[in-house]
Design a protein around this ligand. Sequence first.
Ligand SMILES: Nc1ncnc2c1ncn2[C@@H]1O[C@H](COP(=O)(O)OP(=O)(O)OP(=O)(O)O)[C@@H](O)[C@H]1O
Length: 252
Amino acid sequence: MSISARNISWRIGKKLIVDDVSLSVSQGQTLGLLGPNGSGKSSLLRILAGLRRPDSGSVLLDDADIARMGKKQVARRVAFVEQHGATDANIRVEDVVKLGRTPHHSPFSSWTVADDRIVTEALDRVEMADRRSQGWQSLSGGERQRVHIARALAQSPVEILLDEPTNHLDIHHQIQLMRLISTLPVTSIVALHDLNHAAMFCDSLIIMQHGRIVASGTPDEVLTESLLMDVFQVEARVGVSPFHGKKHIHFL
Ligand SMILES: Nc1ncnc2c1ncn2[C@@H]1O[C@H](COP(=O)(O)OP(=O)(O)OP(=O)(O)O)[C@@H](O)[C@H]1O
């Protein structure tokens, strides 16, 4: 397995935020993390990224426990695009993306042609190459989000974790990004609210509720009318799209 979690629990005070979560994702697969607001998706992603220590359980990258790895060692293979990622002011787009190369450099190594190529490729992938010299402050919300994703791609990660990455994006860039995530040869875990995007672009899904996993499997197995009512309290009809052959949810 590329990344796995074994019996992760994390609490704040007496409140259990992540409750005995186990998961595993194979190399190159895309796992969608779904669940109502406050169900623990972001908290779990921060633990999987090594930014937060769980109270119990472990996160493994291949067979190595993330708790025993150095920050830089983790950053060389795990990229994390947070929901409200911050970036310093007065910096150009390409400088933001260049920051993604930091874990691959030592204080004595110099910037290479290969680094340049990786940065340009990352900007290309999110359709921001023509904005590389623009100031960060002048970007729109969706453009900033795409630049943060380019920075994560420039990290050349083995695993990429994304917390609601399509927030702020127009529909063209939502679809383009989800397609990119699902086709990259990188293991992806993505927290999402759009159930139809989850059905179209994820290989497998985990549904969280009150910090626990209440369903997991392929989108076909998981996205049922009864689950949508039980977990999200919405009435829906679930069919198969005649256009792309994946499940499609109609909300009533
Ligand atoms: N540092 C914290 N202090 C107190 N409560 C916290 C903290 N971090 C998370 N929580 C609580 O833990 C629960 C899970 O939050 P989390 O952000 O993980 O949910 P989520 O599933 O990502 O939600 P959303 O879909 O709204 O982004 C929420 O009730 C939240 O208020």
